[in-house]
Write a protein that binds this ligand. Structure first.
Ligand code: N01
Length: 543
């Protein structure tokens, strides 16, 4: 089928329905179209971009090794024609790139914007998914691709009186596209994760006063952003083939050789000299060129966390504020954060830090936030940098119904049961991109999406070649995959810390580490499953 068609009951029919027009959803449109399949994508936003569309808060930037490696790799032409300006591109620059991709490959013609998919149901007899949208339309597809984002459902705090606050309230993950002015305003920022730490220095530049409401002090490393020169770009283009090969071989999808050094093989002086060097370079150097035992050995971990605590004490002039900023968890076991002037912001007169562990929020009023010890803080604006119901939250909000009407919420009460981080028993032909149990946020996300979607495309070909209509994992495959994900995580320090990776930031969420930490091994596992005629799946003949 090359294009969508209308059935008798006025349900449009497609081969593939895609939820989300972010980086993953856009590539899915392109890839499945190239395979000759008809596709329809839906997105609640006004335009393409997904996470980059919604998170347009001040200070939003690519972190990690950044540009030009946070990009699609499927088209060499794209690499040739796109000029990135900085190593850590601003969110608006990433949106421009995504806009360019959507235009170049004419992707918008298969996207329905400002449309939320509100229901998705599988029909056993026809082996098709039917979706219903916020606009009341219905469509059916053989395959359902949930590219709805690992970080797309905002986590909203629930303090007494918060809804009585009469000033402006903005969540970083739902930032307005109209300009937001902080000029002359007293702004409270709640949350000091990646978003808060990027936004706070920007807000402090023009706000009258900034009150930072910190629940957990964080480790943050220098972003090391710098402009890219023509020479940098030429070099990157010249080396693109080698770079791509390195990205595919690297455990995080970045163009870096593996990391062979262990902290415990060096003296404290040698370690500190190494850390100093990496601190000066910035970016994700601590993870890419740091020591490979920091996430597994408490002693190695302490060597780095002590170093960062020392840096915070050095930069933040007021010792009392510096002490409030001291993190006490294992470094790296919450998502590493890159900062640009965050620590220095606390040397400004207009910035005040409230440590919510010592001085918890009592309530909000119409025009203030009241905390237990320091009392009333008058504010005009509240910025919520409180993160997301991550990884599983958005797909659970949709709550698709699989075989016999079973809902995902019913299947996922204790753990996010799935196979390969992509497929769920009783939900045939439904695929999650960057879902729980996949490397997702631990991998260069555009590249990860390309690899998962390419794999799904191969599985679709396999089904067609064998006359199968539906594929889903066996119960034992889900069990074994869940154990593999847990086994890898439990060999590290990651599960010991409360984070959005462990679901600790959302009340009532199953608490366990839900990302596949095996890095590149994941893609070997996918290749192995495919080479064994999709071992671990159960197939059903086409009707
Ligand atoms: O969210 P977070 P984020 N009362 O969950 C606090 C990616 N990202 O939006 O640590 C008070 O990390 C919460 O406290 P605690 C990146 O993968 C990428 O910042 O739970 N505070 C924490 O301090 C990142 O990891 C970029 O105790 C409350 C903060 O809010 C992920 O998105 C940029 C609270 C939330 O931090 C999420 O980052 C930005 C409450 N009720 C983000 N609830 C790039 O540059 C939560 N908090 C690519």
């Amino acid at each position: 089928m090359a294009s969508g068609k209308q059935s008798n009951e006025s349900i449009e029919e497609f081969d593939v329905l895609i939820i989300g027009a972010g980086v993953s959803g856009l590539y899915a449109i392109h890839h499945f179209r190239e395979m000759g399949l008809s596709v329809r994508a839906y997105d609640g936003a006004k335009d393409v971009g997904g996470t980059w569309w919604y998170n347009c808060y001040p200070g939003a930037r690519v972190d990690g090794p950044g540009s030009p490696y946070y990009c699609y790799t499927f088209s060499d032409e794209l690499m040739e024609e796109w000029d990135w300006e900085e190593t850590q591109s601003e969110g608006s620059a990433v949106l421009e790139y995504i806009d360019h991709v959507a235009t170049k490959f004419d992707l918008r013609r298969d996207i329905q914007f400002e449309t939320w998919v509100q229901d998705a149901r599988y029909d056993d007899a026809t082996q098709r998914w039917t979706i219903e949208t916020s606009r009341g339309d219905r469509a059916s597809g053989r395959f359902l691709i949930c590219a709805s984002g690992a970080l797309s459902t905002a986590n909203m705090p629930n303090y007494e009186g918060i809804h009585d606050f009469a000033g402006e309230v903005h969540h970083t993950g739902q930032w307005p596209h109209e300009p937001v002015s902080f000029e002359g305003k007293r702004v409270a920022v709640m949350g000091t994760g990646s978003s808060g730490i990027q936004a706070i220095p920007e807000i402090a530049k023009t706000a009258d006063h900034v009150t930072v409401l910190q629940r957990t002090a964080q480790f943050a490393f220098p972003a090391g952003n710098r402009p890219l020169t023509d020479e940098d770009r030429d070099e990157a283009r010249k080396l693109w083939d080698e770079t791509k090969a390195m990205m595919l071989a690297h455990s995080g999808g970045f163009p870096h050789p593996g990391n062979e050094l262990a902290a415990l093989d060096f003296t404290p002086e040698e370690r500190n000299a190494h850390y100093e060097k990496l601190w000066k370079i910035g970016s994700f150097r601590f993870f890419l060129n740091g020591y490979n035992d920091v996430a597994t050995s408490e002693e190695a971990n302490a060597s780095l966390s002590d170093f960062v605590r020392g840096k915070i004490r050095e930069i933040v002039k007021d010792p009392e504020t510096a002490e409030k900023l001291m993190p006490d968890h294992y470094v790296m076991t919450k998502r590493p954060i890159l900062e640009d002037g965050y620590w220095e912001t606390y040397n400004r007169d207009n910035v005040e830090l409230v440590d919510l562990r010592e001085d918890p929020i009592v309530r909000f009023t119409e025009n203030s936030v009241v905390t237990a010890t320091s009392g009333e803080h008058p504010i005009d604006m509240l910025v919520l940098a409180t993160g997301f119901d991550a990884i599983s939250g958005t797909i659970l909000k949709l709550n698709p119904k699989g075989r016999g009407g079973v809902s995902l919420k019913e299947r996922w009460t204790d753990r996010f049961h799935n196979y390969l981080g992509m497929v769920v028993k009783d939900f045939p032909n439904m695929f999650m991109i960057h879902g729980p149990g996949s490397p997702g946020v631990f991998y260069n996300m555009p590249l990860g999406a390309e690899r998962q979607i390419g794999w799904i495309g191969d599985l679709i070909r396999f089904l067609d070649e064998h006359g199968y209509g539906a594929a889903e994992p066996a119960a034992e495959s889900e069990e074994a995959w869940g154990n593999e994900v847990q086994g890898i995580a439990n060999a590290t320090l990651f599960p010991k810390t409360d984070s959005w990776w462990t679901g600790a930031n959302v009340e009532g969420k199953p608490r366990y580490f839900s990302a596949y930490l095996g890095g590149g091994i994941y893609y070997m596992r996918l290749a192995d499953v495919a080479s064994k005629e999709y071992a671990g799946f159960e197939f059903e003949a086409a009707p």
